[in-house]
Design a protein around this ligand. Structure first.
Ligand code: TXA
Ligand code: MG
Length: 305
């Protein structure tokens, strides 16, 4: 069910949940002032309660009400990337940010998204939690129709078009005097390096992730995904400037020279595999190890695991 921003504002203020567009992926929103609505977000997604939620705000000025100390270079990051696809994990004012949002942690992840419709809603509702608007474990939703496919009428959605970026925000945590990348995402590590003056380390211990959510299966279609093998026939997820003459069917991500388009299309392609009831697909992983490609590779590997 599609609703207008005004209806979304009304729903959220009266303790309901709605899906909102962001520039990364669609979010499943509830007001931080309505714990019962937040409970519902966990329930409809099938999300484990130990996986905390990102709090979205429209204005930096609101921040002081919700967090304690701001780490060094916070202002630089906020200035460079907000509104936008960066989430920063900060020390929470635990009296104001409910336990359920933080999954009991002393910290809270914060983001100022840039989609105009959602900024309009946030300006009226105040802070909203917004996990990605997909069933837990499935690829995130990058179009209003994806939200409808996952939740039907249980979640009304504000249709803001296709998400420009198509992969989730990059999450940074400050530890041991450095910002660390806890989840790769739409903001490239190279862009962070330019602003910070050092390259933030990528935290890669899968048994002890900095984001609790990374313990869980993610972004995954029904199909078993494996790396492209030119000896085998079958469905292929690949690039529009390459040929796969032996493939039984090809799902195109875009050109191998255009990571922005590939990121933008990735979840739609993974969802298309499910729609076509594909049981196995091979993915062309022959692309660079830099920039946005790093995020794309990480998402594909997660989807395959
Ligand atoms: O782009 C995005 O970030 C989207 C849009 C809707 O804003 N949201 C999103 O939320 O991807 P979700 O819930 O699907 O992923 C949030 C991730 C989870 O892995 C969670 O564990 C982590 O953020 N997270 C949230 N709060 C945290 C905290 N205080 N410390 C560490 N990780 C946290
Ligand atoms: Mg998610």
């Amino acid at each position: 069910m599609r609703i207008k921003p005004e209806q979304a504002i009304h729903e959220l203020q009266s303790g309901g949940i709605v899906a909102l567009p962001t520039e990364t992926v669609y979010g499943l929103a509830a007001s931080i002032h309505h714990p019962e609505a937040i409970q519902k977000v966990f329930a409809v997604k099938g999300r484990p309660s130990d996986n905390p939620l990102i709090v979205h705000i429209s204005d930096l000025a609101q921040l002081n009400d919700y967090v304690k100390q701001l780490p060094p270079a916070f202002e630089k990051l906020a200035q460079a990337f907000w509104p936008g696809s960066l989430s920063l994990v900060l020390e929470a004012d635990t009296k104001v940010i409910p336990d359920i949002v933080r999954a009991g942690l002393p910290t809270v992840a914060i983001r100022v998204p840039s989609h105009p419709l959602t900024l309009e809603v946030l300006a009226k509702t105040g802070p909203l939690v917004m996990p990605s608007a997909n069933l837990s474990g499935k690829p995130s939703a990058t179009a209003a129709q994806h939200v409808v496919d996952d939740f039907g009428d249980a979640v009304p959605v504000v249709d803001g078009g296709e998400c420009v970026q198509g992969v989730e925000s990059t999450i940074l945590i400050y530890r041991n005097n450095r910002w660390v990348v806890a989840r790769q995402g739409a903001i490239r590590i190279e862009a962070l390096e330019e602003v910070l003056g050092y390259r933030p380390e990528l935290h890669t211990n899968p048994d002890k992730p900095l984001c609790p959510g990374q313990l869980y299966r993610h972004y995954a279609p029904q199909a078993t995904l494996t790396e492209l093998d030119r000896e085998k026939s079958g469905a292929v997820v690949g690039f529009s400037d390459r040929e796969y003459p032996w493939a039984s069917k090809v799902y195109l991500l875009g050109k191998s020279s255009d990571p922005e388009v590939v990121a933008h299309r990735l979840y739609d392609v993974l969802r298309q595999l499910d729609k076509d009831q594909v049981s196995a697909a091979m993915v062309d992983m022959d692309f660079p190890e830099t920039g946005l490609w790093r995020t794309i590779r990480e998402r594909i590997l997660k989807a395959a695991s």
